[in-house]
Design a binder for this molecule. Structure first.
Ligand SMILES: [Zn+2]
Length: 123
């Protein structure tokens, strides 16, 4: 069981499904919205229960980003043409049971850090 919540607690989420694709995203959109690197994993949208009011930002024609309008926590990423939803690993209550698999959009990463954990890196 994965349980998570935003900083202020207005939004909670949980799933009994095994999260997939745990990754750290270095793209410009995730960097700006999260203030750094956004760590997430995904489950089928039907397997994720969300309580509270999520605000959605349409960051592109392909996807939207869910956050708490009260505290600003960036919690969800959803592609319009996929039936999965990504949730922020940083918002999950430990122990997550999740192990990071990869770094993505590393071509857009910040110039103020290096990735040194040896995990696969995708441009
Ligand atoms: Zn909140």
């Amino acid at each position: 069981m994965i349980r998570g919540h935003c900083l202020c607690g207005a939004i909670h989420f949980e799933t009994n499904a095994a999260p997939l694709g745990a990754s750290m995203c270095h793209c410009g959109q995730c960097r700006r919205q999260s203030g750094g690197i956004w760590s997430s994993a995904y489950v089928a949208e039907t397997d994720l229960t969300i309580t509270g009011k999520v605000s959605w930002f349409a960051s592109s024609a392909a996807a939207k980003r869910g956050f708490c309008a009260q505290c600003g926590s960036f919690l969800f990423w959803k592609a319009h043409d996929e039936d999965t939803i990504s949730f922020a690993l940083g918002a999950v209550v430990a122990p997550t049971g999740v192990t990071l698999e990869k770094h993505i959009f590393v071509a857009a990463k910040g110039d103020y850090y290096e990735i040194t954990d040896g995990l696969p890196q995708k441009d």
